[in-house]
Design a binder for this molecule. Structure first.
Ligand code: ATP
Length: 503
């Protein structure tokens, strides 16, 4: 599909094709392939001007012949147009971040585009860059093309080909299936690199390579700078209370764990959940535990990081984030502090307009989504969110998380004492502690337990007791004390809007 589009754009003489990719090799091979007998030159900061294609009578070969190792981008653009050196060529421009901020270079590129538009030059520029930076002046001459992610079948074929070529022996079907999933969302070059490294470490492609592959994949996703792969430690057993929400997530896990049967039965693929409510009461904990429950990776989308300074950059980042998540699916995509991300929607000015467009993009995706990307969005104050987000068809359900009740507080005490001082737990009166902590959040309770343990250690005690924790409680202010009024206001609003209680 990528190759086909690239060829169409080149044939249509689009002045500048901007390819968003951090895998130069892969993209260059495609360019050399689709340009047929057309000449290809490349300019890059390190080497200067390079002839990338040798065209002899019958054969077309890729080449690395240096034509001028001393030419700056500006000189190159001037002579290329003036001497018509660009005519009938495809010109690859690398290292664009170094000059697309420069007014003079942008003006020279624009001048070349005008010549192409008038029909004086038959040239196509291809900019390859991992970041999108489209100067306003060039907007109308540029089309953006993104590298597409490989399908499961393509990845399978690549691994088998690699194993065959390197005589890596048989790759067991079970390991192969796992590897295919692990490689989703990575480019050809990235997969090849990881395979070579895994092979040179182990001498074969076995189960042992898997952990290492996951680690490499994590790094590569992080390098994209938009999504973060969050390590998952927490499970549903680490969450005290919130039983309605947990039960709801368990039902969704049955569907996600057997999607093909569910689909055949007529079940719709789950879209995701919005969890709103007071801080420190387990919203993030649920996002993490749901990934563990579904047995999928957890990707965190930081909306702040999406915002770019150049025209179209933020939208592009959003598209890339969605593409990576879909390529990795099944996965959980966690969007934290949703209200902050979409604050200012509908307002005036550049920033607000970009946010509004991003929001529209997100809504459309949620509405039409058919992939197994389960979105967990968390928000403290949902009232700041635009009402469109709450309409049916976006999230499967909206839950609100309140301050824990007495029963839940007892469970939370048990979890946090059990994690740190399991032997002391049986002698501690958690019912009494729960009774004393009305208005405390889960995070408050965790804080109290930590304080008590630290204090006991400093005083040289060998264990902690109910009294130690009671003392820590007496010196702590609960969330209700601090945020009382705003908490009751929010709860009232949630009830009026008929959101489901997570407890
Ligand atoms: P924020 O809106 O501030 O991000 P949050 O609701 O996402 O808050 P979490 O990050 O899930 O809160 O909780 C903070 C910490 O408090 C957790 O790491 C956990 O240790 C503890 N905690 C909160 N709620 C619970 C709970 N229901 N059961 C067990 N621990 C909890």
């Amino acid at each position: 599909m990528f190759k086909k589009k690239l060829k169409e754009y080149i044939d249509a003489n689009v002045p500048i094709i901007y390819i968003n990719s951090y895998d130069d090799n892969d993209v260059e091979n495609c360019i050399l392939e689709v340009t047929g007998r057309r000449k290809v030159w490349e300019w890059n900061q390190m080497v200067g001007l390079v002839n990338r294609k040798d065209i002899q009578k019958e054969k077309v070969q890729s080449s690395q012949e240096i034509l001028n190792d001393n030419i700056s981008i500006d000189e190159f653009l001037v002579s290329g147009v003036k001497e018509r050196e660009f005519h009938r060529k495809v010109i690859i421009l690398k290292d664009s971040t170094a000059y697309l901020d420069n007014l003079k270079t942008v003006a020279l590129l624009k001048n070349a585009c005008l010549s192409i538009e008038r029909g004086d030059l038959d040239t196509v520029f291809v900019i390859i860059s991992p970041i999108i930076r489209v100067p306003k002046e060039l907007e109308k001459y540029i089309v953006i093309l993104e590298e597409e992610y490989l399908s499961e079948d393509d990845i399978r074929e690549m691994i088998l080909k690699f194993a065959y070529e390197h005589m890596a022996g048989n790759v067991y079907e079970k390991v192969l299936n796992k590897m295919v999933i692990a490689f989703k969302g990575l480019s050809t070059l990235e997969i090849e690199t990881i395979l070579s490294l895994a092979f040179s470490r182990n001498g074969e492609l076995t189960e042992d390579a898997m952990e290492w592959i996951m680690e490499q994949k994590k790094q590569m996703i992080q390098k994209s700078g938009i999504l973060e792969m969050v390590p998952i430690k927490e499970s549903m057993d680490d969450i005290g209370g919130l039983n309605t929400l947990k039960e709801w997530l368990r039902k969704k896990s049955v569907i996600l764990n057997d999607m093909s049967s569910a689909k055949k039965f007529g079940v719709e693929l789950p879209k995701g959940v919005l969890i709103a409510g007071v801080p420190g009461c387990g919203k993030s904990l649920n996002a993490k535990a749901s990934a563990k429950l579904f047995g999928t990776p957890l990707l965190k989308l930081d909306m702040g990081r999406l915002m770019g300074k150049y025209v179209g950059e933020s939208e592009q980042n959003m598209r890339q984030a969605i593409a990576i998540a879909e390529a990795i699916a099944p996965c959980v995509l966690w969007i934290d502090e949703l209200e902050k991300a979409f604050a200012g929607i509908g307002g005036n000015g550049g920033g607000a307009e970009v946010t509004t467009r991003l929001f529209g993009q997100f809504l459309t995706w949620m509405q039409e989504k058919e992939s197994a990307v389960f979105v967990v969005a968390t928000a403290n104050d949902i009232m700041k969110l635009p009402p469109e987000l709450m309409r049916k068809g976006r999230f499967d359900e909206i839950f609100y998380v309140k301050l824990p009740n007495q029963f839940e507080r007892k469970k939370i005490f048990e979890i946090h004492i059990g994690k740190r001082r399991p032997d002391d737990l049986k002698e501690i009166d958690t019912s009494k502690l729960a009774e004393m902590t009305d208005g405390y959040s889960g995070a408050d309770i965790e804080g109290v337990v930590k304080d008590a343990i630290e204090d006991a250690f400093v005083k040289g005690k060998t264990k902690i007791t109910t009294e130690d924790i009671k003392k820590a409680i007496s010196t702590t202010h609960s969330l209700k004390e601090i945020m009382g009024e705003s908490i009751s206001k929010l709860e009232k609003e949630y009830k009026e809007r008929k959101f489901k209680s997570a407890s």
